[in-house]
Design a protein around this ligand. Sequence first.
Ligand SMILES: [Zn+2]
Length: 429
Amino acid sequence: MNQPDSLWICGATLPDGRTGQDVLVADGRIAAIGPNLAVAPAVPKLEADGWLLAPPFVDPHFHMDATLSHGLPRVNDSGTLLEGIALWGELKPQLTQQALVDRALQYCDWAVAKGLLAIRSHVDVCDDRLLAVEALLHVKRRVAPWLDLQLVAFPQDGVLRSPTALVNLKRALDLGVDVVGGIPHFERTMADGAESVRLLCELAAERGLRVDMHCDESDDPLSRHIETLAFQTQRLGLQGRVTGSHLTSMHSMDNYYVSKLLPLIREAQVHAVANPLINITLQGRHDTYPKRRGMTRVPELMAAGVNVAFGHDCAMDPWYALGSGDMLEVAQMGLHVAQMTSQAQMRACFDAVTVNAARLMGLEGYGLEVGHHADLVLLQARDPVEAIRLRATRLAVVRRGRIVARTPAATATLSLPDRPDTVDWTLRR
Ligand SMILES: [Zn+2]
């Protein structure tokens, strides 16, 4: 594909509400933003026609080694977390590197079509062959021109509970995996959980890496490893480089304790990731009624000054039979589960799948600013709230100034009984 890396995007609406904005791209970066830019006629033009031009979607929490494996070797009948983990255990010995690569590449294609251009994926290191690690490192290199794939060394079976997990995790980091993962609530005891947080944070500090742990993905209000994670972050000077993923136990915690915990998370600059699609389906399964919703306290974390992002977590894998790489679906579910329905909160849900997620991953040059990468998505919506409402069509996806995906605008032609006219429906601006 021989495309230029200069582009003139004409007449867009920006997420901050500015209308009639042109964006000029040169050498793959944003060279200018403003109304009626003077642009040489030779520069290729993308007519935005007033639609919303946003930075691309970013998924801060995914499992690309398991994606699109739904039904292999059998489906998850109960739909529960534990059957999902058991199913993954059955599938692991049957995995081949080629199948892993093929499925991951297919998902990356879906992602690009949906304007999702950066993904942080956990990769299970508890298989001594490290098949998935090698496969996803290969995929990371393959997709780099169009998608930023960041990998987390994830000891699914527990870094202390599984006999070879720590050795394998270090091998994965040696091979080039970017981030140190963990799963403290899955260790055998609370003490082991705390010990795993200490040793994994120390490993990250030694190697100058970021940390992202599956932390307290449990309905047990006494699962408090996030407190230890914040403490170790402070102690080791890892502020801003550590993420607590899921944090679902916080949903069930005592309010008084949470009032102490939130400032500690903020002080340590630990980022938080909620995974609305998965948390709403997997948590609260031991309850009768009322059933807990199981997502962490998103608006309260945001109000305390914590950077919160939403992740997709799963798509068509042992844990979740649905999903399509659509971060607007994730934002919509997060908005509903967290009851974030004020205008400011709905916009914050859009940020949770764009700028907040990019900040957590430490993406360089992300965002709609002069000098930053020309990575953009043109949405068939007038503003971020409408984008969430409609799960808006991605009219064009731009990576480093090149159009890498296009989707025709959503329209419908209605032919109704007792109505003489044929009605063409399209979203009005
Ligand atoms: Zn996960």
